[in-house]
Design a binder for this molecule. Structure first.
Ligand SMILES: *Cc1c(COP(=O)(O)O)cnc(C)c1O
Length: 372
């Protein structure tokens, strides 16, 4: 699905030197590279504060801890997401309230969000799935009118722009009260291990988030809050600085691959290519097709036997997962999510796809339909 080796080879000299420098410096934890990366990312995103942490799941957890959400508080998010979004809500004893997504964008349906609000609702977590922003303007308006916090799960869309109706743009993750991201290797800005970050424009929240990721400690060995230990390694920060400088180019490379696929599948009656919302740029964390009239697992199997990896993100929505079973929900409650889970398939999408590979992948997908 990704080609991290070829991507590394193109920046190998720079990365190897930067990693060795950190090793020689012995400043492995909270070294100068971490601070420098934080500042680089703040200026790239145009956000006041970036708080690096250990992974994207921690970022979401710490965000909810810093907002003082209490057991029983309801947090609204979508059933069509990676588990981490719902996992942290449950882990903190909060109540996940799931809603359906928009059939075109796969992102939270603002109307469904509005209808799910109760007096217990404290926050909403829009997930910018597959590299495209959720519709943040209506989400922010609804949240504001009900006094709710907005925590953006930006693990899949770092670098994407949300475009407001007046034409102004903001980077995803910098629009709500808090944004969270992941630097897992396969993400658009991936390091060579685990990493994550939290963004905010609120000075007080930033201070609290920094204390929270550091054992609830502001002054050393004085703990004013129950926190966690969640740090980004200096080595990972050094690698991320190098890759951040290329992030826009990486997005361009992904868009080019997406355009190739669009061209190959755009007219096919059994395949719907990814929809582009006019309020967002797309950074193609995934290239996800909606299939119809076929057994999608058979297509996946056929591609696999032809050495084309293909993945189903996500085969089981959160409300139908064993761990998140909740008597409030049953099959049929979220028809769009359930239909997508039954129909989507994601093709290889990364920065190193060349025309020959794209042609081969497209040919295999199309020949599955011809032979069916
Ligand atoms: C990857 C991902 C996360 C979690 O990030 P980790 O760094 O793996 O903990 C959270 N939400 C979404 C939508 C993701 O894709």
């Amino acid at each position: 699905m990704v080609d991290l080796k070829r991507q590394y080879e193109k920046i190998q000299e720079e990365v190897d030197a930067a990693v060795l420098d950190v090793i020689k410096s012995t400043k492995y934890i909270n070294g100068p590279e971490v601070k420098a990366f934080q500042q680089d990312l703040e200026s790239y995103l145009g956000v006041r504060h970036v708080i690096p942490c250990a992974n994207g799941t921690d970022a979401l957890q710490v965000a909810m801890m810093a907002l003082d959400l209490k057991p029983g508080d309801e947090v609204i998010t979508t059933s069509f997401t990676f588990v981490a979004t719902v996992e942290v809500i449950s882990l903190l004893g909060l109540t996940p309230v799931l809603v359906d997504v928009d059939p075109d964008t796969f992102n939270i349906d603002p109307d469904a969000f509005r209808k799910a609000i109760t007096p217990k609702t404290k926050a909403v977590v829009p997930v910018h799935l597959f590299g495209q922003s959720a519709h943040m303007q209506p989400i922010m308006d609804i949240a504001e009118s009900h006094g709710l916090y907005v925590i953006e799960d930006n693990a899949q869309a770092i670098g994407a722009d949300y475009i407001f109706s007046d034409g102004t743009r903001k980077k995803t993750g910098t629009i709500g009260h808090i944004g969270c991201t992941s630097f897992f290797p396969a993400k658009n800005l991936g390091c060579y291990g685990d990493g994550g970050a939290i963004f905010t424009n609120d000075d007080d929240l930033a201070k609290k988030l920094r204390v929270m990721v550091n054992h609830g400690m502001d002054v050393r060995y004085y703990h004013d809050e129950v926190g966690v230990n969640s740090r980004l390694d200096s080595i990972q920060a050094a690698i991320l600085r190098i890759k951040l400088r290329r992030l826009d180019q990486y997005a361009q490379d992904r868009r080019k691959a997406a355009a190739y696929y669009d061209n190959a599948f755009g007219d096919h009656p059994g395949l719907a290519i990814p929809y582009r919302a006019d309020y967002s740029t797309h950074v193609f964390h995934q290239y996800t097709l909606k299939t119809s009239g076929i057994d999608r697992f058979a297509l996946q199997e056929y591609l696999m036997t032809n050495e084309v990896p293909a993945m189903i993100y996500y085969p089981v929505p959160m409300h139908l997962q064993k761990a998140y079973h909740d008597p409030r929900y049953s099959k049929g409650d979220f028809p769009v999510t359930e239909a997508l889970s039954d129909r989507v398939i994601s093709l290889p999408m990364h920065t190193e796809l060349d025309e020959e590979q794209l042609a081969y992948i497209a040919d295999k997908v199309l020949s599955f339909f011809k032979n069916k």
